[in-house]
Design a protein around this ligand. Structure first.
Ligand SMILES: Nc1nc2c(ncn2[C@@H]2O[C@H](COP(=O)(O)OP(=O)(O)OP(=O)(O)O)[C@@H](O)[C@H]2O)c(=O)[nH]1
Ligand SMILES: [Mg+2]
Length: 521
């Protein structure tokens, strides 16, 4: 039986440390998908969040890779993807943005808008993804609410339309004014935010000491916003002209219930999607899905490889035979799972909007389409211009086979880009990264999952441009330039610096040297 409940599929994005993983967990906690915050994994003093499962993530308290969660809330099924904030991992975040219908953008009340936030906003605009803004960490001192609204308006050109307004300044979070009903939603703290924070709604006339003064100030600002016309209009939000704003403390579970309700109410349902050739697939058409992430190493006990696919149209049934668009070959989906951080449960059916994990689907790569019925292929996920390069070799010659397998796996997952050339041979692939932390992930996973030490040696290149086979021939032998081939077949010309790229371009006007999108901040 297909599950006909409506779907909401969104990503949580922001600059590093704004509280995405904490919020993700708070949302799941609220939907009663888990019982206690920090219950599943451990990092630092608080025991970590459901979505941060990798050993390195727990040790450092940062997210390195995105994690999907699915849970039921009211009469909906919610698919949520927590993304890493660090710009070194921006490729991962961008892959996720190709698979969701909306984004929840977190802003740290103390820090305002950081460069990475601005960039993510631009990607959302480019992809037409509507954005709900959450001002987080209101329990800590920070900028004023009006200042933050000005920043959003000025820096990203999105008009903020607050749905709630804080009662009490940053660091003195008493609750919020619900701007649509005029009510005061008063919060009560719980120990460490580990359980659902109780909230009480009261009419404007019922607000008492000691909240009366801060309430009056909130009402005044709310009226100012009203005069200014900063009210939510669904069409402008969907068109990417405005962003509804809420105030929260993910750590204290304040504002989390409101956000969930808002997501159901405002975020768009899965819609029709166009393929590369312009063919449009309606959600009610035959099954099709898009692979946006490949991940292994989630379970130390046995080798696992999960291809995360977003169901774009139709219904998925386990066991279904689909066509792999890249090869035209049939592919039997013997095993499929829903994902909850690192927990997976076998799934029988899934609907448009759902994120499923296809198990041991070794043929599937990031960006691939699978379908039944008339052929369809969705646009590929962009890769970014690498700016850091290392040659890699097996630290232990006796373990070369494991080394090779590890590099191949990490390449397929997109942990780094892997480049080769006949000249360099197969033993020393060149690893190319948007940010240097990617190399640390490679090292960590090679040692822990593939049981092989890895040796890096820095290469003196800084700039990469896309070229072709003719370009490779034309540029051979030029100092400060080297052409390598990425595993997807793309030729990349690497240059020691931007100046060398420029002069090469000038001296070889007939050679293709195309700039790639920049990933880092
Ligand atoms: N005071 C306060 N601290 C918070 C709040 N939300 C998160 N934090 C803390 O901020 C730190 C970062 O939280 P995370 O949830 O890991 O942040 P993130 O955005 O997922 O970070 P990355 O994934 O590494 O980009 C942790 O120490 C949290 O406990 C909040 O609302 N208030
Ligand atoms: Mg995180």
């Amino acid at each position: 039986m297909p599950d006909t409940r409506p779907r909401r599929t969104f990503a949580v994005i922001s600059h590093p440390d704004a509280g995405k993983s904490t919020l993700t967990e708070a949302l799941a906690l609220h939907a009663r998908a888990i019982h206690e915050a920090g219950a599943v994994h451990g990092k630092g003093d608080r025991r970590g969040t459901v979505s941060d499962w990798m050993a390195m993530e727990k040790a450092r308290g940062i997210s390195i890779t995105s994690a999907a969660l699915q849970f039921a809330y009211r009469d909906h099924v919610v698919n949520l993807v927590d993304t890493p904030g660090h710009s070194d991992f921006s490729e991962d975040t961008y892959r996720v943005l190709s698979a969701v219908d909306a984004a929840v953008m977190l802003v740290d009340a103390g820090k305002g808008l950081e460069p990475q936030t601005l960039k993510l906003f631009r990607v959302c605009a480019l992809r037409g993804i509507p954005v709900i803004t959450v001002i987080n960490k209101w329990d800590r001192p920070g900028l004023s609410a009006l200042e933050l609204m000005d920043l959003i308006q000025e820096k990203i050109g999105l008009r903020p339309t607050p749905l709630t307004w804080p009662v009490g300044e940053a660091g003195d979070f008493r609750g919020v004014l619900d701007r649509r009903t005029g009510e005061f939603v008063k919060y009560t703290r719980t120990a460490g935010g580990a359980t659902r924070a109780p909230e009480r709604r009261m009419g404007p006339g019922e607000v008492e000491e000691p909240d009366a003064d801060v309430w009056a100030a909130a009402v005044e600002e709310h009226e100012l916003l009203e005069l200014d016309g900063a009210d939510h209009v669904q069409e402008s939000f969907l068109a990417g002209a405005t962003t509804p704003v809420m105030f929260a403390s993910a750590l204290q579970n304040f504002g989390v219930a409101q956000l969930l309700d808002l997501l159901l109410e405002l975020a768009p349902a899965p819609g029709a999607t166009a393929g590369v050739d312009g063919t449009v697939r309606q959600v009610t058409d035959d099954f099709s899905a898009f692979v946006f992430k490949v991940q292994s190493g989630m379970n130390a006990a046995h080798r696992d490889r999960l291809a995360y696919a977003r169901v774009v149209s139709g219904s998925f049934e386990r066991g279904m035979v689909v066509t792999h668009a890249a090869t035209g070959r049939p592919f039997a989906t013997k095993f499929a799972q829903t994902v909850f951080g690192r927990e997976t449960t076998s799934v029988e059916t899934a609907e448009a909007g759902d994120i499923i994990g296809l198990v041991n689907a070794t043929a599937l790569r990031v960006g691939d389409t699978v379908y039944v019925g008339p052929p369809i292929e969705y646009p590929p996920v962009p890769t970014f211009a690498p700016e850091h390069f290392m040659t890699a070799s097996a630290g232990d010659i006796g373990r070369y086979k494991q080394f090779r397998r590890g590099i191949e796996q990490l390449d397929q997952e997109g942990v780094v880009q892997v480049l080769r050339s006949d000249l360099r041979g197969d033993q020393n692939p060149v690893l190319a990264a948007v940010g240097p932390m990617q190399f640390e992930v490679v090292e960590d996973r090679m040692v822990n999952e593939f049981n092989t030490p890895i040796r890096f040696s820095r290469l003196d290149y800084q700039v990469a441009r896309r070229t072709d086979a003719a370009g490779a021939a034309a540029l051979a032998g030029i100092r400060g330039v080297e052409v390598l081939q990425r595993s997807d077949g793309t030729h990349l010309a690497l240059f020691v610096d931007a100046w060398r790229a420029k002069t090469t371009e000038r001296d070889h006007p007939d050679v293709l040297l195309e700039a790639l999108p920049a990933g880092g901040s």
